[in-house]
Design a protein around this ligand. Structure first.
Ligand code: MSP
Length: 687
């Protein structure tokens, strides 16, 4: 039977800076949903990529002294770049689009022309407000206190000849889409869009630029480049081969099932994007989900504030899965959440080390200790327990109903079994419901409720007490341990979308074969072979010493901040030529330091008494105390320019200037006086 399709996307990221934990959050969440759908048997297409055009990139490249293409290539493909990060984070995207890819450029030009030919794009003059960092045009009424409503920064007046998209024409249909369907979620975002953008009146959108060149050229009007958001939004279709030959999956996967986007770009995805698709007479995506932001100290992370959290650093320190897990377990996906290192470590310790880690290591250790690594035949699911599978599959009975059906006397250990098995068998449905509603944190909370129940089951059954009399209690002990392995397996299956690498190891430790790692098996008790080999392997989630880890992190973060500073600040080389005769007017001489002392009341100045070969001492003042102690320079032969007019500094006359090389690296200035060897006598002319 043909598999059902599921097309899911993340936003395509601006490669203007290295990505941070906020971007990682968005991609990892999308990855977990994509993996969940694959686990359920869907034919998934998961797209991510980079949005590489626009003025911001052009400016950044200029600052870095490279071409825009070189600049983006470095951040996307380079070491620790975007692609490296997704690989590290175990992101399972099926495709990666770069908006500088030829096929995308070709499609965008065709799309622009189509809308123009239709009359939905027309030429006019743009006058308005523009936020450069956000690359967004705003009307006066959209500004907040005169500033950009997205980032709060200053906007500039802009006026240029430009093409416009008839967004106003589609206002009614877009409003209807938002208000009367489930197109945009969470629902709170609908009110925001309607009240702040649609109802105050949607104006036509400026969709071309002439003030910079780093963009896709409008092929029928050179000098204009396509507005970066038009270029960017259509990536979701060009990556499937829309109007290009590179791929041919458009029919198969379009319309997208969901675009996962951050809240500040919901406006583009829920108003502009559907309007453009309406204009192109293309099917609309089924859903846009706007997630919240990860905040730091209550505010947005940004490179310019210098408060970005580095996913490389955290995953190196705590492991990729621990980081993935933390992001999705802690913050409700639709709302903002406050990131902190403490919270990260606390979550790892509580959920992963304590709850899941302990369940796994205690269970496998006991199977080893009491049964030499494999449970005996007969320890698996009883007939009654197998019957529970049917009960839950058929009717989704409540726990009390099942208890009644079995009619257990109080204190009967079988009651604990049934409670545990019931919790495990009801889990998949709850989990599924949460995942279908883009609530990974709720899905994880459900899994951890069952893990808690399983840890309690260990205490209720006290296997160590049973083990004291193996002859009498051996069979019961084996069954208890089988139940623990089985509940661990079921939780492992449902954790796969979140911590895939660790789940592989978990399955290897409990001896779960392929058929015990499937979606179907997550709702089928008794799947694990009863005597499969159990291996107590490495501790998957070691406990972290909070104090120590926090200190180490702080140090590493400080180190990284320092390393992030531009490595070399080179003075631009002068291009104006100096003729030789002019150059020769500078009188450079070797001068020998007879005495050197710090100038009183000056933090910087040193006073040099120099032998310049004339027989009369020469005094030069130099602001280099930060780099040299006076004593260390006595006896050295330096280089001075001696025909500068004398100058007074701190009341003392300086008769010339000592030459030195100055260099700034990672924010630190280095200075070396120019020195010559003993073979050169004081007074020698340098040429
Ligand atoms: N290039 C556009 C998207 C075009 S999609 C057709 C863009 N890029 S971005 O790199 O600035 O942001 C990409 C995504 O990362 C956005 O969804 C944004 O919300 C998300 N995040 C950036 N910082 C974030 C946090 N601090 N927290 C959560 N998500 C954040 O926008």
């Amino acid at each position: 039977m043909e598999k059902e399709k599921f097309y899911i996307t993340t936003p395509i990221y601006y490669p203007s800076d290295k990505l941070h934990i906020g971007h990682t959050y968005c991609t990892v969440a999308t990855d977990a949903i994509a993996r969940y759908k694959r686990l359920k048997g869907f034919d998934v297409m998961f797209l991510t990529g980079t949005d590489e055009h626009g003025q911001k990139i052009e400016d950044k490249a200029r600052e870095a002294g490279v071409s825009p293409q070189e600049f983006v290539d470095h951040i996307v493909e380079g070491q620790r770049g975007v692609k490296d990060l997704w690989k590290l984070m175990n992101v399972s995207n099926d495709r990666f689009i770069r908006t500088t890819d030829d096929y995308h450029v070709e499609s965008i030009q065709k799309i622009f022309r189509k809308m123009y030919d239709k009359g939905d794009i027309y030429k006019g003059t743009y006058k308005g407000k523009y936020c450069k960092p956000c690359e967004s045009f705003w009307t006066e009424s959209q500004l907040v206190d005169g500033k950009c409503p997205d980032c709060g920064r200053d906007v500039i007046d802009a006026e240029e000849e430009a093409y416009f998209f008839r967004l106003s024409k589609y206002a009614g249909r877009v409003r209807d889409l938002l208000v009367n369907t489930d197109f945009l979620e969470p629902r709170s975002r609908v009110n925001e869009m309607v009240n702040n953008f649609i109802d105050p009146g949607l104006e036509d959108l400026c969709v071309s630029r002439t003030s910079f060149t780093w963009g896709i050229p409008v092929d029928f009007d050179p000098g204009h480049v396509v507005y970066v958001w038009v270029d960017a939004l259509f990536n979701y279709m060009t990556a499937l081969g829309y109007l290009n030959e590179r791929y041919d999956d458009c029919e198969k996967y379009w319309p997208a099932d969901v675009h996962i986007v951050g809240k500040e770009i919901v406006r583009f995805h829920s108003i502009i994007w559907p309007a453009m698709l309406m204009s192109m007479e293309l099917p609309l995506p089924k859903k846009v989900f706007g997630h919240g932001w990860l905040l730091l100290d209550g505010g947005k992370m940004s490179k310019s504030k210098g408060n970005v959290v580095d996913p490389y650093l955290l995953s190196e320190k705590f492991g990729v899965d621990a980081l993935r897990f933390f992001l999705l377990r802690t913050f409700p996906f639709g709302s903002d959440g406050n990131f902190s290192n403490e919270l990260l470590i606390q979550t790892i310790n509580t959920d992963l080390a304590n709850d899941l880690g302990n369940l796994l290591s205690r269970t496998t250790a006991m199977v080893n200790k009491y049964f030499g690594g494999a449970l005996p035949e007969g320890s698996g699911a009883t007939e009654d327990e197998q019957y529970l599978n049917g009960l839950y599959a058929d009717a989704r009975r409540s726990r009390s109903e099942v208890n009644l059906a079995f009619n257990f006397p109080e204190g009967d250990p079988v009651k604990f079994d049934v409670e545990l098995i019931s919790a495990a068998l009801m889990l998949r449905e709850k989990y599924e419901d949460a995942m279908e509603h883009f609530a990974p944190h709720t899905a994880l909370a459900e899994v951890f409720r069952v893990i808690d129940r399983a840890n309690k089951y260990i205490d209720e059954n006290a296997p160590w007490a049973l083990a004291k009399n193996m002859e009498q209690n051996g069979a019961r002990l084996a069954h208890v341990l089988y139940n623990l392995l089985e509940v661990t397996r079921i939780c492992g299956v449902l954790l796969m979308p979140f911590i895939p690498g660790s789940c592989e190891k978990l399955f290897a430790q409990i001896g779960a074969a392929e058929d015990g790692r499937t979606w179907a098996s997550a709702a089928r008790w008794g799947t694990l072979a009863e005597s499969s080999a159990v291996n107590k392997g490495e501790n998957l989630f070691p406990r972290i010493d909070m104090e120590k880890a926090l200190t180490e992190l702080e140090e590493a973060e400080a180190e990284a901040r320092k390393a992030a500073l531009p490595p070399i600040e080179l003075e631009p080389q002068l291009t104006e030529p100096v003729d030789f005769d002019t150059f020769c007017k500078n009188d450079f001489r070797a001068v020998k330091v007879k005495a050197c002392e710090a100038v009183k009341k000056s933090a910087k100045l040193l006073r040099f008494t120099l032998d310049d070969g004339t027989g009369t001492d020469r005094q030069i003042l130099s602001g280099i105390h930060a780099y040299y102690e006076p004593e260390e320079l006595v006896g050295k032969t330096l280089v001075a320019i001696v025909n500068l007019p004398p100058r007074k500094m701190m009341g003392l006359e300086s008769q010339g200037m000592l030459l030195s090389a100055v260099h700034t690296e990672k924010g630190e200035e280095k200075l070396n006086l120019i020195m010559v060897g003993d073979a050169i006598p004081a007074g020698a002319k340098l040429c």
